[in-house]
Write a protein that binds this ligand. Structure first.
Ligand code: ZN
Length: 271
């Protein structure tokens, strides 16, 4: 039997990460919600096939999907933007993605990774706002700083923003795509892509690794042990608040990238 694609498998109890920031995603695809006080921002709506879980999770936390005003997307892959079209149809929300990854969203290039998942990207949409390095997305009490983080896709972005519980304000950040699967020589060759984007991967990380970040967010649950940490939150302890996690994660990410390059070089020279 062919690999059957079941993005709805792997639900997570939705929860408050801190203050006005929530996790409403699934194991296969992280979705974050920011309550700005003047409408909701969704970061990465996830797969179209599991959007109903995201909207159900929102209801469980007392939010209405109708209050979503902005959908901000880390990069142009199916597991992050696949549900955007349906969510726009439901809410009329504005969509934001980097200008480099906009052709993934509108379907003008077939690089959303849907094919690798044995599915088809049927949910193309025209993004409302095309982001560039240094742009900010503002709504209510929230201002998201967008930084270019190319490599995983040419237009992957990292997001930095403050979150607050009314007493404390903390800095949260997410690198929008660290998977090496779309940076391997094999993948690039298969689609006739150059190594240009991946060559920017480490320099872009170096440009953000020393930012002060209190809460490191993952756009996949494995990046920050989202699920494990969610179970440890108590009134007195929040494992998401850790100002060393961001730098540790990016350091490890660079190491894994260098391992990939080393292996490619060894394979090429037959060592
Ligand atoms: Zn991706």
């Amino acid at each position: 039997m062919a690999n059957i694609f079941h993005p709805w498998e792997g639900t997570v109890k939705p929860f408050k990460i801190f203050g006005n920031l929530y996790f409403v995603g699934t194991i296969p695809a992280s979705t974050h919600l920011i309550d700005t006080g003047d409408g909701l921002i969704i970061i990465d709506p996830g797969y179209p096939q599991s959007l109903y879980i995201v909207t159900e999770n929102m209801h469980e936390l007392g939010f209405s999907p109708k209050d979503i005003k902005y959908i901000v997307i880390t990069h142009g892959h199916y597991d992050h933007l696949g549900a955007a079209r349906a969510l726009v149809e439901l809410t009329g929300a504005k969509t934001f993605i980097s200008k480099e990854d906009a052709p993934y969203a509108d379907g003008s290039v077939d690089l959303t990774w849907a094919k690798e998942l044995n599915t088809v990207y049927h949910e193309a949409f025209t993004p409302d706002v095309l982001l560039s390095d240094g742009d900010t997305v503002k709504l209510g009490n929230t201002e998201i700083l967008c930084k270019s983080a190319p490599g995983h896709t040419p237009g992957t972005m990292a997001f930095f923003f403050n979150v607050t519980d009314g007493k404390r304000t903390l800095r949260a950040a997410m690198h929008g795509g660290v998977g090496r699967n779309s940076m391997t020589r094999e993948f690039l060759d298969k689609y006739g892509l150059s190594t240009e984007a991946r060559e920017k991967f480490v320099p872009a990380i170096d440009a953000m690794i020393d930012e002060h970040v209190d809460i490191h967010l993952g756009n996949h649950v494995g990046n920050n042990d989202t699920v494990g940490k969610s179970k440890l939150i108590t009134d007195d302890f929040n494992p998401f608040i850790d100002d060393t996690a961001w730098k540790k994660f990016l350091t490890l990410t660079k190491e894994k990238y260098f391992e990939m390059i080393k292996k490619e070089t060894e394979d090429a020279t037959g060592e």
